[in-house]
Design a protein around this ligand. Structure first.
Ligand code: PMP
Length: 388
């Protein structure tokens, strides 16, 4: 009998599976074993749920070097980015109406900027260098008297290139401008210490580090002094910034996943870096590959490359039942347009249309990487032979 080929999942930048330990903790809440009452209710079961949330909030804050009351739970990084950009812009409109960001940001940042522009704000959108990172000096040069906020991601979701957030944080702090970091692709994976880095607002989603989908955070440093306008109204939850009944199981899942990621980080980073190195060496020995983005300032979790002469659509179609990988980012993969991120980096058309993204996880094994390489190389060969 014909046994089905197991699809190898190499699209962890889009989402990761929930870690078993995280799931166990979530099920404890969902099953009613503990903490399934409304955490805003004042009765005893409500207080139990509120205490569980308080513990999770404190755990998340401690991991990031923040205070518990600086952690605002959201549905994910998209909502956190919206709250950061629009919340700051709307609350500070009297002081200025200018924001600085980059052309390689996630759509949730760029679309917020576009929405603010329609409301009369001005946005300077900086292009990265060819290596895929934004020069801190270009940010300094873009700052104006009326600049309210700089928004720059930490790890780019398409190329994995790390942005110089420490330097940019200094630039923003010197100018007295708020600094927002979209850390969706780096939270959990890299240590982020807000005691050390003068970042004012930090966004992330739990499902990028083996937590559940539909929950994330906006960390607002000095929340009592940083004015943010709520985007939704209807309740006093989350200090009035994000109304609605808190999802205890999601929040527990987020904190459990972050704690687990932090505990494993020292071992996971070199292990995943080894998998990426192995992938590039093995595929590079089978096919010529062009890697996009600065290899020295890059997350080990993401690689973006093209095989000359092979379009990403053809490769992804060939691999549909064998290897799950990304073309550009998952959020824009329905579109035929090549990646605006790679275009902004000045990548030539041929390579642009061939760009695919593989993203690794701590759960991958070297044997799976070898198998993925074999399948990708074989698919590329089939396409090359067909084209002859
Ligand atoms: N920012 C970045 C850099 C991302 O990669 C993503 C997820 N693709 C988001 C924001 C949005 O995350 P979510 O869909 O979980 O809200």
């Amino acid at each position: 009998m014909h046994s089905a080929v197991k699809v190898l999942y190499f699209d962890t930048a889009a989402t990761t599976p929930v870690a078993p330990d995280v799931l166990t903790q979530m099920v404890r809440i969902l099953s009613g074993e503990q903490g399934d009452a409304n955490p805003s209710s004042t009765h005893l079961p409500g207080q139990t749920a509120a205490a569980i949330i308080a513990a999770a909030r404190a755990e998340i804050a401690a991991e990031l070097g923040a205070e518990p009351d600086e952690v605002i739970f959201t549905s994910g990084a998209t909502e956190a980015n919206n709250l950061a950009l629009q919340g700051v812009a709307l609350a500070h409109a009297a002081q200025g109406r200018h924001l600085v960001t980059s052309a390689i940001e996630h759509k949730s940042v760029l679309a917020c900027c576009a929405a603010l522009e329609r409301k009369g704000y001005e946005v300077t959108c900086l292009t990265p260098n060819r290596q895929g990172w934004v020069e801190p000096e270009s940010i300094r040069a873009a700052l104006r008297q009326d600049t309210l906020l700089v928004s720059l991601m930490h790890t780019n979701n398409e190329t994995g290139v790390l942005q110089p957030i420490a330097e940019v944080a200094e630039v923003a702090a010197e100018a007295g401008v708020l600094f927002h970091v979209d850390a969706a692709q780096s939270a959990g994976k890299f240590a982020i210490d807000l005691q050390q880095l003068p970042i004012d607002l930090l966004s992330f989603s739990a499902h990028k580090f083996h937590g559940p989908k539909g929950v994330g955070c906006l960390v607002v440093r000095n929340r009592r002094h940083l004015r943010l306008q709520a985007l939704m109204f209807g309740g006093s939850q989350e200090f009035g910034l994000r109304p609605g009944t808190l999802a205890t199981h999601q929040i527990v899942g987020l904190s459990a996943a972050l704690t687990l990621a932090a505990r494993r980080r020292e071992a996971d980073l070199p292990q995943v870096a080894g998998l990426k190195r192995q992938f590039l060496e093995q595929l590079g020995s089978r096919q010529p590959i062009q890697v996009h983005g600065d290899p020295t300032h890059c997350s080990p979790y993401i690689v973006n490359f093209a095989i000359p002469g092979i379009s990403s659509t053809a490769l992804i179609n060939q691999l549909a039942t064998e290897v799950a990988l990304g073309s550009g980012s998952a959020c824009s993969s329905g579109a035929v347009e090549p990646s605006p991120v790679l275009r902004a980096m000045g990548i030539e058309d041929e390579s642009l249309y061939g760009a695919v993204r593989l993203s690794f996880s701590r759960d991958h094994t070297p044997a799976e990487v070898t198998l993925a390489v074999e399948r990708i190389a074989a698919a590329a060969q089939r396409i090359q032979e067909f084209a002859c």
